[in-house]
Write a protein that binds this ligand. Structure first.
Ligand code: COA
Length: 421
């Protein structure tokens, strides 16, 4: 949003006094230790820009308190995992070979917002030494908080987040939602058998830039909004309020981490079943396909009725190629596998909206890939809508990459099948 639009939307300028007043109304006080995630534009126009917000936060917690903010540097990550946007396969090795190493003093934050970047540069602020997910702190406990930051399990207990857990810190979500509530990732490190990935970053070792590989959890915030809302229903912990026009929440870090852990454990124990589809599924599948077409295809540019009829016939003639995804007796979604001329495609992969954000998509897609492995073919393909970002992200997480963009609305994603593992 442009500053001009923000001014138009703001009734009265937000000042250091109004911001301090708003923060105090949400129970923030001297001596508090607060992890802040923020969006400047949500506040409305602020007199003195982001520096005003940083100063207001520091003044509210005072000398006995501590403010902490994420200083993540998402650019210094393995380009194989980039999906917003992805880069061509041929760029990946050159990126790994030349990415500047993390520099605790100079590497700017990425995607954390103006307030977090201003805080990083604020006098007296210190920063933890992690190439991807560092945190900045200022105030009484700043050194203890940033002191340790393990390379692996980078959002686990042996990091600033773990220290904040021990210190019984608060979290302030200033104009942002639970998907930005980084401490919830700690819970992922505490559950049994988390999904692991090979991560990589450029690090300075004895004065030399090096690309270093390390194992870490495949962190996933997809279900954080759902967990957060459930937490609000079940606990009295969340204080709502506003800073200017920004909707805010203040909550206890330890409590939300523990709640998230319980949720994930319960969810991990939910097993998916996969059943062959029959005639009763045909109409449900048809409606899902129609819905996707309406969402992502320019239906004026195609012979829409003809396409729909063709889809209907195709489902009826191939219902034996469809699989139903089921959890605890409830239908979660569908997919089909098409095999033609030694080419295998995953088609019509759906997870019902009600079951999204729970990791079911990834489980089901991986199950589908395992089934394809039995066919002993080298590659699996899928045609997706380019605007279906959610689906593209899911396929990327399961190792697919975009191979080709077709026309205005579709792309081909593909994955090599490693039949040895
Ligand atoms: C991505 C994110 C930072 C974007 O929020 P945003 O409000 O659009 O961006 P910023 O906070 O950087 O604020 C910049 C905007 O403030 C607005 N702005 C400029 N001057 C302003 C003023 N005086 N007063 C108020 N707003 C102003 C402008 O719209 C500016 O956008 P521009 O730089 O494109 O012109 C936010 O959505 C977010 O995700 N924050 C949390 C990040 C986080 O903690 N992540 C944790 C790991 S998941």
């Amino acid at each position: 949003m442009s500053e001009f639009d923000i001014i138009k939307k703001t009734k009265f300028p937000n000042t250091i006094h109004t911001i301090k007043r708003d923060l105090r109304k949400m129970g923030l006080k001297e001596g508090d230790i607060v992890l802040v995630h923020s969006s400047m534009s949500r506040i409305g126009w602020v007199c003195g820009d982001e520096l005003t917000v940083v100063q207001a936060l520091l003044e509210v917690v005072g000398e006995e308190g501590t403010i902490v903010m994420p200083a993540h540097t998402g650019g210094n990550t393995n380009p194989d995992d980039w999906s917003h946007p992805p880069v061509p396969d041929t760029w990946r090795e050159p990126i790994r070979l030349t990415m500047p190493s993390f520099d605790v003093k100079n590497t700017p934050t990425r995607g954390m917002g103006k307030i977090a970047e201003c805080f990083r540069n604020y006098e007296g602020t210190v920063r933890s030494n992690h190439p991807q997910v560092s945190f900045c702190a200022n105030g009484k406990y700043k050194n203890e908080i940033v002191e340790k930051h393990d390379l692996s399990y980078a959002l686990g207990m042996n990091t600033p987040l773990g220290k904040l857990y021990e210190l019984n810190a608060k979290v302030l979500l200033l104009g942002v939602g639970y998907s930005n509530c980084t401490c919830m990732h700690v819970a992922e490190t505490l559950v049994n058998k988390p999904n692991m990935i090979k991560n990589g970053a450029s690090i300075n070792i004895n004065g030399e830039r090096q690309w270093v590989w390390f194992d870490d959890i495949d962190y996933n915030s997809d279900c954080f909004d759902e967990i957060g809302l459930l937490y609000e229903k079940k606990s009295n912990d969340v204080i709502y309020g506003n800073v200017g026009g920004a909707n805010c929440r203040v909550l206890n870090l330890k409590n939300i981490v523990n709640f998230t852990k319980d949720f994930l454990e319960e969810n991990n124990n939910l097993n998916l079943q996969f059943q062959n589809c029959d005639i009763e599924d045909e109409n449900k599948i048809y409606l899902k396909i129609k819905n996707k077409l309406e969402m992502y295809e320019d239906t004026d540019k195609i012979e829409y009725d003809k396409v729909l009829n063709w889809k209907k016939d195709n489902i009826e003639n191939n219902i034996n190629k469809y699989t139903k995804i089921v959890c605890n007796g409830r239908d979660v979604g569908y997919y089909s596998i098409k095999e033609e001329n030694n080419k295998v495609e995953i088609e019509n992969f759906f997870i019902d909206e009600e079951f999204q954000n729970r990791g079911f998509g990834k489980k089901a897609l991986n199950h589908c890939i395992e089934k394809i492995k039995e066919k002993n073919i080298p590659m699996v393909y899928s045609y997706l809508f380019t605007k279906d970002e959610r689906q593209i992200e899911l396929y990327t997480k399961c190792g697919f990459t975009v191979r080709e963009v077709i026309g205005d609305s579709r792309c081909v994603m593909a994955k090599k099948i490693d039949n040895n593992c």
